[in-house]
Ligand binder design. Structure first.
Ligand code: SAM
Length: 252
């Protein structure tokens, strides 16, 4: 990809990273973020990838927001999931469902090089772009997968093989849970990136979660550091085996 039109520099925001996530990107990660931004701006000229292209907006709504969802793991060399359910595993398998232009999956792959990140989307042309972006960023731990989440989640090749599923801006919380939970091993974690969140949504979700083998582990509210928008991340734990068309099996 050639960059004939100059892309602006992203702000570094060292203090904000530190203050809000208790973490700071390395110089290598900052260079990767800048290259990611340039590639997305270039890709936007051919494809409708994102409307968020102003540097500070891109920093907050794509980079910071993607990493806020996994902030409990940032800077940790191994999966720090000491809940008693998921053992510490060195190379977790992660799936980003409905990744679009690569969010939150690509910033996650950049900052968590030992996580194996699959970027899933139903739109082939976005993934063709992401294949090229992965190669330009030299990300050895990211691959793409084309298909519909509700179909792939039923196939044995993908069903119950992932440790973490992330999903942002794909549908209601219930739909996101229905897409994400089939991909997870028992003990795995689904992180649903949500905007505002109400108790009514929680009631709706709780009543269906059991049939999906999931349970709400954490509702994590926060405000974004520049525009002060309200966001929530829902952490759902896969607690039971689900076989399509059969009753939920809880581990003994
Ligand atoms: N996650 C990205 C983000 O937050 O910037 C993209 C969000 S975009 C609004 C929704 C994406 O989900 C689109 O790229 C769309 O193609 C994809 N998508 C929607 N339904 C899907 C499904 N059932 N299976 C796989 N991908 C889906």
């Amino acid at each position: 990809m050639s960059n004939s039109i100059e892309t602006p520099q992203l702000p570094e925001m060292s203090e904000l990273w530190q203050k809000t996530l208790n973490w700071q990107p390395s110089n290598g990660e900052l260079s990767q973020f800048q290259l990611l931004y340039e590639l997305i701006c270039q890709g936007n000229r051919q494809l409708n990838l994102t409307r968020i292209t102003e540097p500070t907006d891109f920093w907050e709504k794509h980079l910071w927001d993607s990493l806020r969802g996994i902030s409990r793991f940032l800077g940790k060399t191994e999966l720090d999931c000491r809940t008693g359910i998921l053992p510490v595993i060195p190379n977790p398998q992660v799936i980003d469902i409905g990744t679009g232009a690569g969010f939150p999956g690509v910033p996650i792959a950049i900052t968590q090089p030992n996580w194996q990140v699959t970027l899933l989307d139903s739109t082939r042309k976005k993934l063709t772009f992401l294949d090229s972006l992965i190669s330009e960023l030299e990300l050895k731990n990211a691959t793409t997968l084309t298909g519909r989440a509700e179909e792939l989640g039923k196939q044995s090749q993908y069903r119950e093989v992932y440790d973490i599923a992330v999903i942002r801006a794909v549908g209601s919380a219930l739909v996101c849970a229905e897409y994400a939970l089939p991909f997870l091993k028992v003990g795995g974690l689904a992180i649903l990136y949500r905007g505002n969140w109400t108790e009514e949504e929680a009631v709706d979700l709780r009543s269906t979660l059991l049939s999906l083998g999931g349970a709400i582990e954490l509702i994590d509210p926060f405000t974004t550091p520049i525009s002060n928008s309200i966001r929530h991340c829902l952490h759902l734990r896969k607690v039971a085996v689900i076989e399509p068309g059969k009753k939920v099996k809880f581990p003994k």
